[in-house]
Ligand binder design. Structure first.
Ligand code: DC
Length: 233
């Protein structure tokens, strides 16, 4: 039996969850799933098709017409989200999506739709998944749960640099406002709000390099593997 586990990474917006998840997946030869991309792609579909978020029937019909899957991109070494056969990575990172996604992700039907697919993807283990409810709702029995956090000033700077890098020019105040708004909605919604799972390990990376974070997370992975498979030689 191969020694594989599920690694659930949760935390606030722009804490470096995806960077960490991607690095861990590469090191362990696991699949990496960015669940935020799923909620962003659903939001893109809703905007394009003018779906009214408070109309349950419209939301349900729209979800029936949404087909999501991931395809590995060798250039970025991560899986890109595909919405109904269209590669939409470049569109889902835009500010128009960031401004609406938390509202969309708070809808129960949307969460049921996304969580079902996420649970399916983790059936064979060997997966690193990042999001807001992975250790609490999607995989409450994940062998390793990491809750990432960082100072808001550090997160704003990171998001700002990321957006500049993508050619999106936006001011720091707007980035700060968007992160604070999303953190608030994500943490206070009725349906599976962002929470730190009781058995999660907390990683505050405000003053850590990516190498230091990866080293610490790998130490946790090794401890977890040793514990989970301690009865097997
Ligand atoms: O990780 P991200 O910033 O790309 O996520 C976009 C939004 O999606 C975030 O504001 C909250 C929502 N989300 C969620 O509710 N549950 C998840 N598992 C992942 C993301």
């Amino acid at each position: 039996m191969s020694k594989k586990i599920i690694i659930a990474i949760d935390g606030f917006s722009s804490c470096g969850k995806s960077t960490m998840a991607k690095a861990l997946a590469k090191k362990l030869n696991y699949n990496f799933i960015d669940t935020g991309a799923m909620y962003r792609a659903i939001t893109l579909y809703f905007i394009r098709n003018n779906v009214h978020l408070d109309n349950e029937t419209s939301v349900a019909t729209a979800l029936e017409n949404i087909h999501l899957h991931f395809e590995f991109n060798p250039l970025t070494e991560k899986s890109d989200i595909v919405l109904n056969d269209e590669h939409v990575e470049q569109y889902i990172r835009e500010m128009t999506i960031a401004q609406k996604v938390s509202e969309v992700a708070a809808i129960k039907a949307v969460r049921v739709f996304a969580v079902k697919q996420q649970q399916q993807m983790g059936k064979k283990k060997g997966i690193v998944m990042d999001g807001r409810d992975i250790g609490t709702v999607v995989f409450p029995h994940a062998e390793l749960k990491i809750f990432m956090t960082a100072d808001i000033a550090v997160r704003v700077k990171r998001r700002f640099m990321e957006m500049e890098g993508q050619g999106q020019h936006i001011n720091l105040e707007d980035v700060m406002h968007n992160l604070q708004m999303r953190d608030y909605i994500d943490s206070n919604r009725e349906e599976s709000p962002l929470r730190q799972a009781e058995d999660a390990r907390v990683l505050d990376n405000s003053d850590m390099t990516q190498e230091e974070q990866l080293k610490l997370a790998m130490k946790w992975v090794e401890e977890t593997l040793a514990n989970v498979y301690s009865d097997q030689k």
